[in-house]
Design a protein around this ligand. Structure first.
Ligand code: ADP
Length: 447
């Protein structure tokens, strides 16, 4: 049969454009071109299946003609016409191959003659392209070998291009996936940012509203406190006059009628005298408390040594009465209100004297500079205070003993706290029951 070069040319051009446009479908095209150009009964492409190892198999990736229904099937590499051809590395022509490769008996219609050509990619075996005739009349010639060899080369090129194309497609897919993932993350971050901003805005509005409420409550509280203090001050002040009358007349009553009205009356009068005295001291303290906050503080440079000296001089009788031993270190010069500072020392030393224990009372006053403040301490060896009351004693009217045990009305330490806090300081106490207490307060250093 003379070569039909025109048909061959047209077929090759079609194959070339097929490779360029759709490399994944090239195998079917190659099989049908092989069958058509060589006028075979069937044609096919068997590629080594990379997933099969032992035994190695060929997979029929493309079939044309009578064998088309066997597409996707497999055949063994060993003891097969294809395997033998791949081993030899050259085109092989088989006549009645099923007589010696018996598995081919299962394939219908039977093969009369088969031409098998190996496909190599850079010396690496890929598989084979083959044609078979099913009739005695058609035998293959050297011309068929030439055509099939050129199609085998074409197949190798197609394989290379299709694998590059599929690599590209894979890379493209990965890149697309990555871009999509990045976009998704960016969108998520944007969404979170917006949510966060909205949350912060909402929270800021809430906080501003809460702050406003707090500020107006604090203002209201300060106003009520001031009013209350003013009321306490006026009431205490106005109570002083009738109380003085009560106290002086009850004292007069006690003096003039003692022993004349009977034992009961003497006792009752004494109760009145005591009550009036107690009330006087309470009112005095209340007024002192109000004054310590009300009066404009006159801050001046105050030598704490001379203030303390004057206070101790004033307390000399009480100190001598119990033979107390009072000592102090050199104290600093500070910017403060001298009268309030004096009252602070007086209340704290007065308490040390009042709450002394069985042993001779020792009181020591000292001051230590820490950062920008002075910490004063007044240490005694008196009865001490239980740890659970160390905070509470600075409250108004907070006492740990009855006035029969120790006279007083629980205002002294409240006054101290008001004075110290008014100067921008802090007051607290440490104590061990039966061993003594130390009262500390801080005052800012004005030097
Ligand atoms: P008052 O002295 O009038 O009772 P204060 O406010 O000065 O009131 O003191 C409150 C309470 O703290 C006192 O009743 C007392 O129980 C306790 N206290 C204060 N100073 C001392 C001290 N140096 N030692 C032991 N207890 C003290």
């Amino acid at each position: 049969m003379p070569p039909n070069l025109q048909a061959e040319n047209e077929a090759l051009v079609t194959l070339a454009s097929q490779i360029a446009l759709e490399p994944e479908n090239i195998w079917h095209r190659l099989a049908s071109v092989a069958m058509r150009l060589c006028q075979a009964g069937s044609a096919g492409i068997s590629l080594l299946d990379p997933t099969s190892k032992n035994p190695q198999m060929f997979r029929w990736v493309a079939l044309a003609g009578a064998y088309e229904p066997y597409i996707g099937g497999t055949s063994p590499r060993d003891f097969s016409p294809c395997g033998t051809c791949l081993d030899r590395g050259t085109p092989q022509l088989y006549r009645y191959p099923s007589s010696y490769f018996t598995f081919l008996n299962a394939v219908q219609p039977p093969i009369v003659e088969g031409l098998v050509v190996p496909i190599y990619d850079a010396g690496h075996p890929l598989g084979l392209i083959w044609i078979v005739s099913h009739t005695d009349e058609r035998g293959f010639t050297t011309e068929d070998v030439r055509i099939m060899t050129s199609l085998a080369h074409f197949s190798a090129a197609a394989w290379r291009i299709s694998s590059v194309a599929s690599d590209n497609a894979r890379l493209y897919c990965i890149a697309q996936d990555e871009i999509a993932e990045r976009k998704r993350r960016e969108a998520e971050i944007r969404k979170l940012n917006t949510e966060l901003k909205q949350h912060v805005q909402a929270r800021t509005v809430e906080l501003q509203a809460a702050n406003q409420v707090l500020a107006s409550q604090a203002e209201e509280l300060a106003r009520t406190n001031l009013e209350l203090e003013r009321f306490v001050y006026i009431a205490s002040h106005d109570l002083q006059e009738p109380l003085r009358t009560l106290s002086s007349f009850s004292a007069l009553l006690a003096k003039r009628y003692a022993g004349k009205l009977g034992a009961d009356a003497d006792q009752f009068i004494q109760y009145i005298v005591n009550g009036a005295t107690q009330m006087e001291s309470l009112i005095r303290n209340l007024l002192a408390y109000c004054r310590s906050g009300k009066r404009e503080k006159t801050l001046e440079r105050v030598d704490c040594n001379s203030i303390l000296g004057a206070i101790l001089y004033g307390m000399n009788l009480a100190i001598q009465k119990i033979d107390a031993h009072v000592t102090y270190d050199v104290l600093p010069v500070l910017l403060s209100d001298p009268i309030q500072l004096g009252q602070l020392f007086e209340n704290l030393i007065g308490n040390a004297i009042k709450f002394h224990g069985a042993a001779r009372l020792r009181v020591h006053i000292s001051a230590e500079r820490q950062d920008n403040a002075w910490t004063f301490s007044i240490r005694d060896n008196g009865i001490g205070i239980e740890a659970e009351y160390l905070e509470r004693i600075f409250g108004f009217f907070k006492r740990l003993h009855s006035s029969e045990e120790y006279p007083g009305n629980g205002v002294g330490l409240a006054i101290c706290r008001k004075i110290v806090e008014g100067h921008g300081g802090r007051i607290w106490a440490e104590s061990t029951v039966g061993k003594g207490s130390t009262f500390y307060f801080t005052l800012p250093d004005a030097s």
